[in-house]
Design a protein around this ligand. Structure first.
Ligand SMILES: [Zn+2]
Length: 66
């Protein structure tokens, strides 16, 4: 089995996605309104897209008005 290539956080994500910063390491994004770490290792930035569609995130984002 060849090793899977891991997706890393890119600085452009903080511009592309509201409320997103670099996470605890290069393989995580941090969601500010949810105070959550989003793992990017398997599906990359798609994980952020999916996270931002969750009702939890939508609620949290609404509270801090971003
Ligand atoms: Zn969130």
């Amino acid at each position: 089995m060849p090793p899977k290539r891991k997706s890393e956080y890119k600085p452009e994500y903080s511009k592309k996605f509201q409320g997103i910063r670099k996470g605890k390491d290069t393989f995580h994004a941090h969601c500010i309104p949810c105070n959550d770490e989003i793992s990017l290792t398997s599906i990359g930035k798609h994980a952020i897209t999916l996270h931002q569609k969750t009702s939890k995130h939508i609620q949290n984002a609404r509270v801090i008005n971003i």
